[in-house]
Design a protein around this ligand. Structure first.
Ligand code: FAD
Length: 459
């Protein structure tokens, strides 16, 4: 806008450049809605969103010849293949005398900005968080442009991108749950700041509460709201005494977990495939596709796990506490490689993120930076009892268990036959028997970890 020259507002749908990870189904659904909404927004201001498909390099070269563009601006990307592509692109464009300017449009600070005293990237969260709190000041907001204009050039439509699922269209649950786009993001933030932020420190662990967390993650992922906007609004509420400071700071620390995962991705481009801690290369994972399928179908016989997996399938989202429980269950109780779960989440989450997803999977599996120790095996029974004490969450997502008394809701296999009958449950038919016995599976995971330690000591 500052150049005062006509602007082409361009979205490149690039499924051709080498090395890019294809988006999952839920992410494509969101992208389609988000682009359509963004296009409408731009049109209201008199502009137009141009959409082109193909390798970014080819699309830009074509566009430069068509329009005579002399400058290109984009926001930086942090994945390994994206960085290689963007660096090459920038060098080639500069050689052709095109001005290129790139910006941070995704993060509070660039991954290389906040470093330890010796200039190395942080590998542990708490000192990173302390350094971030001390260093970061959110810049003032710039006003949105009042009017936009630009050449009316060829564009495909959002529908042409084929992002909406067909045969079958499974997106009903997503549609009911979300409002992709900037207006939906702003509304979610303001609802969260109106109340839930003040009880966030405790409520964030409760999947049974509708508003325990902000549910901003997909909006943040798609850039419909920026972390800077959120940071500024929260700091303002703290300084004016509107928000309880300790709760609000816990919320900001979660935003900084997001930043931390980008630091990890930036310095470890293979984060989604390789163990961050290579000791874990020796862990004897099991190959058991039936177990992995029972997990992804939400049929493990452990109600909190099954409820989480079904929430994910239906809404494209799962509560963070439950994400940790199901990830621990897959990697420890079932001893499946964390990449199996990361892939499933990648396909089914509306907030599937190339930094937060692998970083969080590795954190739970024990192979990640500053990770939960491998010997910490989440107990799906006590976790359920503690964080879903009245069974509201389980009853919502596993309705076949609804009539069980609270006492047995997280352990249906311990209910006597009269209780099961009264609740209309036949274990193994209407609801699965537990796929593994908790103490046995826990011990098997610890034994696997011991072999890893032995191998490391022998090396
Ligand atoms: P809030 O509690 O309201 O937090 C506010 C924001 O902070 C979130 O929107 C998110 O951007 C960020 N945030 C919160 N917790 C984390 C975290 N642990 N790591 C990184 N950022 C965080 N988050 C994703 O955005 N995309 C993913 O693909 C993803 N995969 C995950 C996989 C596993 C196995 C686990 C355990 C966690 C994963 N998370 C992921 C992190 C977290 O579960 C979600 O960010 C959170 O549940 C989103 O809900 P919210 O917006 O209500 O979060």
């Amino acid at each position: 806008m500052k150049t005062g020259r006509p602007l082409v507002l361009l979205y490149i749908h690039d499924e051709e450049s080498p090395g890019l990870r294809a988006r999952g189904g839920a992410s494509k659904w969101w992208l389609g809605k988000s682009l359509a909404e963004h296009g409408r927004h731009i049109e209201k201001a008199g502009g137009r969103l141009t959409i082109r498909t193909g390798a970014a390099k080819d699309v830009l070269n074509d566009l430069i010849s068509e329009t005579g563009a002399t400058a290109i601006f984009w926001n930086r990307r942090y994945g390994g293949p994206e960085r290689t592509l963007d660096t090459d692109l920038k060098a080639n464009l500069k050689q052709d005398n095109i001005d290129v300017m790139t910006f941070n449009g995704r993060l509070l600070t660039e991954p290389w900005d906040i470093t330890t005293g010796s200039g190395t990237p942080y590998k542990v969260f708490t000192p990173y968080w302390k350094a971030m709190k001390a260093a970061y000041r959110a810049p003032d907001a710039l006003p949105a442009p009042k009017s936009l204009s630009g050449p009316d050039i060829e564009s495909v439509t959002v529908e042409d991108l084929g992002l909406h699922p067909t045969h079958p269209d499974w997106s009903g649950g997503l549609e009911e749950t979300w409002s992709p786009g900037e207006a939906g993001a702003i509304e979610r933030l303001s609802d969260f700041l109106e109340g839930p932020i003040n009880t966030y420190a405790d409520d964030r662990n409760r999947p049974d509460l509708e508003d325990g967390t902000s549910r901003l993650s997909p909006h943040l992922h798609f850039g419909e709201i920026g972390p800077t906007q959120i940071w500024r609004a929260v700091q303002h509420g703290i300084s004016t005494g509107k928000f309880d400071e300790s709760n609000a700071m816990v919320f900001l620390s979660e935003l900084v977990w997001r930043e931390f995962s980008y630091v990890l991705l930036y310095y470890n481009p293979d984060l989604a495939t390789e163990n961050y801690n290579s000791d874990f290369d020796a862990l004897p994972w099991r190959k058991d596709s039936d177990a992995a399928k029972a997990w992804s179908d939400g049929k493990t016989g452990y109600p909190i796990v099954d409820a989480g997996m079904r929430q994910l399938w239906h809404t494209g989202y799962m509560h963070n506490r439950v994400r940790m429980i199901v990830a621990s269950f897959l990697t420890k109780h079932l001893l499946q490689p964390w990449q199996v779960g990361e892939d499933w989440f990648w396909d089914t989450l509306v907030d599937a993120d190339q930094a937060a997803n692998p970083a969080s999977w590795q954190w739970t599996a024990g192979s990640g930076a500053d990770a939960a120790p491998y010997f910490r095996v989440f107990n799906p029974i006590t976790q359920g009892q503690k964080f879903d004490p009245n069974g509201t969450y389980v009853r919502r997502w596993c309705p076949e268990l609804s009539d069980l008394p609270d006492k047995h809701l997280h352990t249906p296999w311990e209910a006597d036959s009269a209780t099961l009958k009264k609740a209309g449950i036949t274990l193994g038919k209407t609801y699965p028997k537990p796929i593994v016995d908790h103490p046995t599976a826990r011990q098997r995971a610890l034994d696997a970890y011991d072999t890893l330690k032995e191998k490391r000591n022998a090396a």
